[in-house]
Design a binder for this molecule. Structure first.
Ligand code: ADP
Length: 543
């Protein structure tokens, strides 16, 4: 017997409808590409999204078509998402930090018909436009006065284009499983792969991941997503802030410490989210300028491991709650967050901080397991590491156009490519990407653990550990560090600092100081590049 409750498809435009109705005046503040701070609200965002949907329809865009966005976090970018998905078309967020060739490959693979782009990316698009066969027109997210001369096909200023339609339009209605968004993973090996989100998965993921124990957001919050909309749905914030009635502050292109600090303070932000590199810059700025944050209550850190020293600084020095989050594009992206369960409430402060440095526990809607190489499940003892596999309502079941074939195991679980432990309290800890784990004498060494310890040395700003070939042990760890400004880390002192904090055989065989550690397009340490840089390097322990 079926229940007798209403069919109420979980469609993304219901979120902006709700926000407009309940929190219509709630502000969406943007540091615009043109420069000034621009203020709008959810009511206007909805009106303009409807206009956009109507105007897109006139351009022939229909259910299932892909429309690219190549843009920073701004109010305009937000309205493109709601407008595009509101007619059943698919917003395809293109990461502008990728190599131009890769960007062209992705747009061609997605067969995007229209590209919405910020002014910043006009030159980049001009360079590759000749290869973009499916793109019928480029819409630059600015007004006529700011549109530069360019040779892009059918190019128009967004405001001029939008003004050609009014908001007298009704959202399309369709199945909640209809595709809504497309985001390609950076693909360190092979071609990038498209993850295709649905209206249902995005809506459920936004509700599930922003509850009190997740990226906690409520009606009193003002949220600043430093994490870009092109990075795995900005961790749901473009949906969950309007859904929960929180204000939004969009930082546009300026993500340096001073600019982010200025917005956090001036706009009275209470919750913010981003990758560790961004927080390194912010903390550095605050330390040097003797600044504090007066309204921020919660910082979500994810995308790469949040070092214990960073968590400690936010929590102890600045009194700001840290939510360490783990996830991936394939998971919409939040997989786990690390609030403190009742079972650990009585631990001493230091142990609580250490627990927060783990990647947290899976919220409702995500199931996790760790397995050995034969897909046999490993115990949750906090010691055994294994392949981390997941299943859930917002986890991918396959890549766009079937790239990569069947990606689920016999039980329907997706292999994240991460290696992790899970402790008896359910706290998962990533020890490595499977491809980055260091295999030494048949044992595994976690590069992330070593990096976290190294980075807590006062002279070290950033640290990366890679495995380097060794004739006897197979691989040994090499520690690569960037110095804190004005400091010169001494190899031996750094090693002495680490010894006793890790098993002896985990100790790096050498330390190299470099001026900058390369990062990927999603802000992670680029180990592939580091391995390339150090490919001719010989460990001093090899005689
Ligand atoms: P890509 O895989 O394309 O680089 P993603 O943003 O999807 O981009 O990256 C997901 C990966 O990032 C995870 O599989 C994991 O290795 C890493 N990651 C994400 N969050 C964390 C975290 N809190 N701690 C450690 N690693 C993390």
């Amino acid at each position: 017997m079926l229940g007798l409750m209403q069919e109420w498809p979980l469609l993304l435009h219901r979120i902006i409808d709700h926000a407009s109705r309940q929190f219509g005046e709630r502000e969406v503040v943007t540091r615009s590409i043109e420069g000034p701070i621009v203020r709008t609200n959810y009511r206007q965002i909805r009106t303009r999204s409807l206009q956009l949907a109507k105007r897109l329809t006139r351009d022939g865009i229909k259910l299932g078509d892909r429309v690219a966005t190549m843009a920073w976090n701004t109010g305009r970018h937000l309205e493109t998402w709601y407008g595009i998905s509101g007619i059943g078309a698919i917003y395809h967020t293109v990461n502008p930090r990728l190599h131009p060739e890769q960007i062209a490959w992705i747009i061609n693979h997605a067969e995007d018909r229209i590209v919405f782009a910020d002014l910043t990316f006009v030159p980049l698009l001009e360079a590759i436009a000749g290869h973009l066969k499916s793109v019928e027109r480029f819409i630059i997210l600015t007004d006529g006065a700011h549109l530069p001369k360019n040779n892009l096909r059918n190019c128009v200023a967004y405001e001029d284009w939008l003004a050609q339609a009014d908001a007298d339009f009704e959202w399309a209605s369709f199945d909640e499983r209809t595709a809504a968004g497309l985001c390609y993973t950076s693909g360190t090996t092979g071609n990038p792969k498209g993850v295709l989100y649905s209206h249902r998965s995005n809506t459920l993921h936004s509700m599930a991941s922003t509850g009190g124990d997740g990226l906690r957001i409520d009606v009193t919050d003002i949220v600043l997503p430093v994490v870009p909309l092109f990075h795995a749905n900005s961790w749901s914030l473009a949906f969950s802030a309007p859904m929960r009635g929180a204000g939004l502050v969009m930082p546009g292109p300026k993500l340096d410490g001073a600019s982010v600090y200025e917005l956090l303070e001036n706009e009275k932000v209470t919750m913010t989210a981003g990758v560790p590199t961004v927080w390194l810059m912010l903390l550095d700025y605050m330390r040097k300028n003797n600044k504090r944050l007066s309204t921020v209550k919660l910082v979500a850190i994810g995308g790469a491991a949040a070092p214990l020293s960073m968590i400690r600084e936010f929590e102890i020095d600045y009194g700001i709650d840290v939510r360490h989050a783990w996830g991936m594009t394939e998971m919409s992206p939040i997989g786990s967050t690390g609030s403190l369960k009742a079972s650990v409430a009585d631990l001493p402060r230091d142990e609580k901080l250490q627990l927060k440095a783990k990647q947290g526990w899976a919220q409702f809607g995500v199931e996790m397991k760790i397995t050995d190489d034969d897909n046999k499940e490993l115990p949750w003892d906090g010691v055994k590491f294994g392949h981390l596999k997941v299943s859930g309502f917002a986890v991918t079941s396959g890549y766009f156009r079937g790239e990569g074939g069947n990606i689920l195991d016999a039980d329907g679980f997706f292999d994240t490519g991460d290696v992790a432990t899970i402790d008896p309290n359910g706290y998962m800890q990533i020890t490595d990407r499977a491809k980055d784990v260091i295999k030494s004498g048949g044992e595994w060494i976690s590069s992330i653990d070593l990096e976290n310890i190294a980075v807590s040395h006062p002279d070290v700003m950033e640290a990366a550990v890679i495995g380097v070939p060794h004739p006897k042990w197979d691989e040994r760890p090499l520690l690569i560090v960037v110095a804190q400004e004005g400091k010169t880390p001494d190899k031996q002192k750094v090693l002495d600092f680490m010894s006793g904090r890790v098993a002896k055989f985990w100790m790096p065989d050498d330390v190299q100081v470099i001026s900058e550690i390369p990062h990927t397009a999603t802000g992670k340490i680029n180990k592939l590049k580091l391995r390339e840089i150090f490919k001719d390097y010989k460990l001093p322990t090899v005689v």
